[in-house]
Design a protein around this ligand. Structure first.
Ligand code: SAM
Length: 259
């Protein structure tokens, strides 16, 4: 039974890191006229109210996006999406990754989203109803295996599990190996937590060995609460677009000021 709900963590520093880089990559990809595919294995509900009791309970957004929004220039794609959703849905709205994609991509682009939890899937379907996207209520890895290689062939796959199932750390390199065998031209981005327990480390070792040219964008920040096991955020990007390393370094330099 899944119990993770992203509303408790929406807009935290890990989201700022992941969403800032995701928005940059999607904007980069849309510089070319050619259509693209966006596929996301673990979508969440796409729109978060930072005033909700769950979000206020942890206060993670106050130490995340509320502090970091000025780090992004007014014309940065992440700022553009933040401004749009706040103008339309209220100043405490925070966009999840599917919303960032839906807002930055174009009508000819294709979006597939998987969310397994019935309540989160319902909220995702509602938030995405104005956009031409397909929401699947199924396991995200299964969905990606069935869609790759996608049409259009250019594009990005985001894998953002909640890591509730500890086997995920073992299974993910095997899934990614199959994904890249089926789709060697796609950008594959995996988010992972940096943990005091070092549970993520063997997975990263395997991935770095298999994909020596991938970008490992990793940042550290103070834990959300004293003793909390997550002390940073990582995005492992296979086939990273040109310039992503510089953007990741720029964001890391800002996040480093918190340490
Ligand atoms: N990617 C979202 C974002 O950045 O806005 C956040 C996603 S949250 C970290 C992970 C989500 O994956 C949760 O909503 C959870 O219900 C869902 N989930 C967990 N296991 C899944 C699976 N096997 N397939 C699809 N979704 C799953």
């Amino acid at each position: 039974m899944l119990s993770y709900q992203h509303i408790y963590h929406a807009g935290n520093m890990a989201d700022v890191h992941k969403h800032g880089l995701l928005a940059w990559m999607l904007a980069y990809l849309t510089r070319k006229d050619k259509p693209l595919s966006y596929i996301e294995t673990h979508a969440g509900r796409a729109s978060y109210d930072l005033d909700a009791a769950e979000a206020r309970k942890t206060g993670e957004a106050a130490r995340g996006i509320q502090r970091a929004q000025s780090w992004f220039a007014p014309d940065h794609p992440f700022t553009r999406v933040l401004k749009q959703v706040r103008a339309e849905d209220g100043p405490q709205t925070y966009p999840g990754s599917p919303m960032i994609a839906a807002r930055l991509l174009r009508p000819a682009d294709t979006i597939h989203l998987a969310e397994l939890h019935p309540r989160e899937h319902g909220a995702l379907t509602y938030a995405m109803s104005p956009y031409p996207v397909t929401c699947h209520q199924r396991d995200g890895f299964d969905m990606a295996h069935s869609l790759l290689p996608p049409m259009p062939r250019r594009g990005l796959l985001l894998i953002d599990p909640s890591y509730e199932i500890k086997d995920d750390y073992d299974e993910i390199p095997r899934h990614i190996a199959k994904f890249t065998r089926a789709w060697n031209v796609g950008i594959v981005a995996l988010w992972y937590p940096v943990l005091t327990s070092a549970l993520h480390v063997p997975m990263l070792k395997t991935l770095s060995k298999t994909y020596p040219d991938a970008l490992r964008a990793e940042v550290r920040f103070p834990p959300a609460r004293p003793g909390h096991g997550m002390i940073g955020s990582g995005l492992f990007v296979i086939n990273p677009p040109f310039g992503l390393d510089a953007e990741a370094k720029r964001l890391k330099d800002r996040i480093d000021t918190l340490n």
